[in-house]
Design a protein. Structure first.
Length: 86
């Protein structure tokens, strides 16, 4: 993190006005806040992560389709048995 007072004092000693030095210090703080750290980068997803997630979602979707199909087949068999034995 930047020492804004020291930054502003150095800017003033280099010939900037106090207002300009304060403005430069604020700009420097904003710039530092936008810089990503290694810790920030650790939370970003890579293309491989997204590809893996997409594949897992497709797999899960297929499993749900099979389960739903099985439930529908079982329900039809149950209804057919009720109609046949009723």
């Amino acid at each position: 993190m930047i020492d804004t007072i020291a930054f502003a004092e150095r800017s003033k000693s280099e010939g900037f006005t106090e207002q300009q030095a304060r403005h430069l210090a604020r700009l420097e703080i904003e710039r530092e806040e936008r810089i990503m750290t290694k810790n920030d980068l650790a939370y970003l997803a890579t293309k491989q992560d997204i590809s893996d997630l997409r594949a897992e979602m497709i797999k899960q979707g297929n499993q749900l389709t099979v389960r739903l199909g099985g439930m529908i087949a079982l329900a039809l068999a149950f209804l057919t048995a009720i109609k046949f034995f009723a």
